[in-house]
Design a protein around this ligand. Sequence first.
Ligand code: AMP
Length: 114
Amino acid sequence: MANDCLFCKIIAGDIPSTKVYEDDMVYAFRDIAPMAPTHVLVVPKVHIASADEVSAENSAYVARIFEVIPNIAAADGLTGGYRVITNCGADACQSVKHLHFHILGGKMLALEMA
Ligand code: AMP
């Protein structure tokens, strides 16, 4: 846990969130400012600052995240598809420095990626 990390505090329960899934490695909760009918954030329970920090030592957390994403999407009824995004660094406008994957769905999403 990183002391000044918002998502570490959410995982610890020190800041409230709307949980949609949790196991020993992963926590998922609804984005506070949703950009689609479904907007869920999936995070590792260890502090990894961004995709830049993924390594052989912690990549099992990323694998688990991608194992649970289809179940989270199905639970929200995203039968038509969904988008998974991670923003990495300043140019991508990463605002929270704890690796997270956005699940967006529930409507036809815009084609533009940048
Ligand atoms: P990013 O810009 O990729 O770093 O995404 C950070 C996301 O965290 C944004 O979509 C925010 O709306 C979301 N967010 C910030 N604070 C909270 C919070 N307290 N609970 C849920 N989502 C949050």
